[in-house]
Design a protein around this ligand. Structure first.
Ligand SMILES: [Zn+2]
Length: 277
C-alpha cells in the first residue's frame, strides 16, 4: 500500500447502527483487515460545521462555520489545500456545500456541478445538491474520478443516510436500510480500491436521534464510527473514543504529509493505534 487515501464520509451515520448494519465492513475488522474505533463529533453536531472540522481539524468557534446556513468559503487550511501543496492530486464527489467551503461560494448550479482545474483547491470535483441523489450514483461519481484522474486523495461524501434519518428517524427500517445499502455498494468498491493500493477510511460527520434530528449533544447525535484500512494502522477494535478534531491530523499522517499549523498534534492515545514504522 502507498500513501494514497480514499475517505468515504457517510453523512448522518451513527456509530451503533453502523456497527449493526455494515456487515461487510465489520467483517473486514473481524478478519484483521481493518481497524475500528468510535469518534465523538465536535459541536454543534451539524453538517456544514462538521465538514469543516473533518477537513481542517479546527473547531467551529475558531473557523466561524457555525451553522448549516454559513454559506461562505473556509478560511482554514483543509486536506484539499495540504494535498495540493504537497504535489498530490485531489478529487471529491460530494454534496455542494463542500464546493462552497473550498472552491466557490455560493454554489453556481449551472457551472459548478463538475469542476476540473488543477489550480482549484479541490482539483477534480463532482457535486450534487439533492439530498436523495442516490448513494449508488454518488459512489460511482467518485469511482469515475478515481479512474479518470488517478487521485492521491479522494473524498466521497454521501447523503442518503442523513436524508432518510430526517424523514423516518434513526429507529426505523428505512434508516437502517440505507446503511445496509451503503455497505453493499462499498463491498464491491473496497476490493478494487485495495487492489489499486489505496488506504480507505469510512466515517460520518454526526449521528441521528430517534426523532430524526441532530445538532445537539447526545451520544445518538455525536457518536460516529471510524474504520481504517491501512498498513499504517493496527488492525484492531479500539475501545477508546477519538475526538473528531483529531481526524484531520490523523488523515495527514496516513497521507504522509505535514499537518497544518492549526491542526492538533496527535496524542499518545491515537499514536498507539499506528503501526511503528
Ligand atoms: Zn442532517
Amino acid at each position: 500500500m502507498s500513501n494514497k487515501l480514499i475517505i468515504v464520509m457517510v453523512d448522518g451515520m451513527r456509530d451503533d447502527m453502523a456497527r449493526d448494519s455494515l456487515g461487510y465492513i465489520e467483517h473486514l475488522v473481524d478478519s484483521g483487515l481493518a481497524a475500528r474505533t468510535t469518534v465523538k463529533s465536535e459541536l454543534p453536531s451539524l453538517s456544514r460545521p462538521l465538514y469543516e472540522v473533518l477537513l481542517t481539524g479546527t473547531p467551529s468557534s475558531e473557523n466561524g462555520i457555525t451553522a448549516n446556513s454559513s454559506v461562505r468559503m473556509s478560511g482554514q487550511e483543509s486536506l484539499f489545500h495540504l494535498t495540493k501543496e504537497n504535489g498530490m492530486v485531489n478529487a471529491s464527489a460530494s454534496y455542494y456545500w463542500v464546493s462552497e467551503l473550498y472552491n466557490r461560494a455560493p454554489f453556481d448550479f449551472q457551472h459548478d456541478r463538475e469542476q476540473k482545474n488543477p489550480e482549484n483547491t479541490i482539483q477534480h470535483g463532482k457535486f450534487y445538491w439533492e439530498d436523495d441523489y442516490p448513494d449508488s450514483h454518488l459512489l460511482m461519481d467518485g469511482e469515475i474520478l478515481r479512474q479518470q484522474e488517478n487521485p492521491d486523495f479522494l473524498y466521497i461524501h454521501s447523503m442518503n443516510v442523513d436524508d432518510t434519518g430526517h424523514k423516518f428517524g434513526s429507529n426505523s427500517k428505512e434508516y437502517r436500510n440505507k446503511i445496509l445499502r451503503m455497505d453493499n455498494y462499498l463491498s464491491e468498491l473496497i476490493p478494487l480500491w485495495r487492489k489499486d493500493g489505496y488506504q480507505i477510511v469510512i466515517t460520518a460527520d454526526h449521528g441521528m436521534s430517534e426523532w430524526g434530528l441532530h445538532g445537539g449533544t447526545t451520544d445518538e447525535e455525536r457518536m460516529v464510527p471510524l474504520y481504517i484500512i491501512s498498513e499504517s494502522v493496527k488492525k484492531s477494535r479500539f475501545e477508546s473514543v477519538m475526538p473528531q478534531i483529531l481526524f484531520a491530523p490523523l488523515m495527514c499522517r496516513l497521507l504522509e504529509i505535514p499537518k497544518s499549523a492549526k491542526m492538533k498534534k496527535l496524542p499518545e492515545s491515537v499514536m498507539s493505534m499506528l503501526e511503528k514504522k
